[in-house]
Design a protein around this ligand. Structure first.
Ligand code: XMP
Length: 327
């Protein structure tokens, strides 16, 4: 059955066996709900929507269409991973929309964080709705809603972003197969479905993506510096085996330049800020204590490999006073 609420006696999914049992139950429930109709899913590549996609592929195969919208603010390799895992390995009907220019053109010269968020959110709905209209006979919309989303909505902490944002002419019934699960349970289910660890154990990543790590008006060259420095950071944390020890880490490239020197010549370039924090629930956070030799190595790589960066700064601010993200 598809649960409406988490039953009090629901056994927390902590093992492969329990995950397999949940998957079998949900496959039956999804088949019953959907019948022979078509389902649409906005696939971001995040844990929740990826697990829902893998579950639906198992349950209804090519009755599912996944739409992956690249807003140009994804991390290096993310769209490629979605295409590889879902398009090639799992054989999903995958519509990939590279809307980079559309988003970045709209964001040009927009400085305010809230204005940036609004543009990204609205444009996302517009692109997704355009793709939905191109497909015929879709009656269901699948979502990666999880149990904390519902609890937080009920407690008035934050509005649960559901299909409410879609235009009037698109009316879908929702399919939410992981609705009663906590995040760690969604991860167990993802592993049992064969998704790669890099997808299942992803760090939190904001909807506006690298846009909130490129403070102020986003330019393509500074955005590229954020993306490249982030990729170096991820590579080095993984190489050092500490990527699962630190709760969240990323880079930020602020919109100011300072004087430096390279090969005996003056440079005037951006700094790159490293933000690495430990947290339990993101409500508070402590700066992670990184090994000094490791920090020096990161600095050496970022300043020599990322165009436009001549300095590296290390953010040692806890939350509060600083939030984890910059915007
Ligand atoms: P903050 O910056 O509020 O972030 O300390 C808390 C956690 O939520 C993640 N996150 C977001 N942060 N906009 C944000 O500013 C978003 O849309 C968003 N989505 C997720 C953030 O990465 C941090 O882990």
């Amino acid at each position: 059955m598809i649960y409406d609420r988490r039953p009090d006696d629901f056994e927390r999914i902590t093992t492969r066996e329990l995950a397999d049992k949940f998957i079998d139950e949900q496959i039956e429930a999804i088949k019953e709900q959907v019948g022979d109709k078509k389902v649409l899913l906005a696939l971001s590549g995040g844990v929740d929507s990826s697990v829902v996609a893998a579950l639906l592929i198992k349950a209804i195969g090519d009755q599912l269409t996944c739409v992956h919208v690249n807003h140009g603010l994804l991390r290096k390799g993310e769209p490629e991973q979605v295409i590889e895992v879902f398009g090639n390995e799992l054989g999903a009907n995958l519509v990939y929309v590279d809307a980079t220019d559309r988003f970045l053109d709209k964001l040009a010269d927009v400085e305010g964080p809230e204005a940036k968020r609004m543009i990204i959110g609205n444009e996302f709905i517009e692109v997704f709705a355009e793709e939905a209209r191109k497909l015929e006979g879709v009656e269901f919309l699948a979502q990666g809603t999880i149990w904390p989303d519902i609890l937080e909505s009920e407690e008035g902490i934050k509005a649960h972003h559901n299909a409410g944002g879609l235009p009037e002419d698109l009316k879908f019934e929702l399919v939410e197969p992981v609705k009663i699960l906590f995040k760690d349970e969604v991860r167990q289910v993802g592993l049992a479905l064969g998704l790669p660890d890099t997808m299942v154990f992803r760090q939190p990543f904001p909807g506006p993506g690298l846009g909130v790590r490129c403070p102020g008006a986003i330019t393509r060259d500074r955005l590229e510096a954020v993306r490249e420095s982030d990729a170096i950071l991820r590579e080095e944390f993984a190489k050092d085996g500490i990527d699962n020890d630190v709760w969240q880490f990323f880079t930020v490239v602020p919109d100011f330049k300072s004087t430096g020197i390279r090969d005996g010549k003056r440079t005037f370039e951006w700094p790159c800020i490293i933000r690495a924090v430990n947290s339990i629930d993101a409500m508070t956070a402590e700066p992670a204590e990184l090994d000094w030799t490791f920090v020096q190595h990161l600095t050496e790589r970022i300043t020599s490999e990322v165009p436009g960066i001549n300095r590296v700064l290390w953010d040692i601010t806890p939350k509060p006073t600083g939030t984890i993200e910059y915007e």
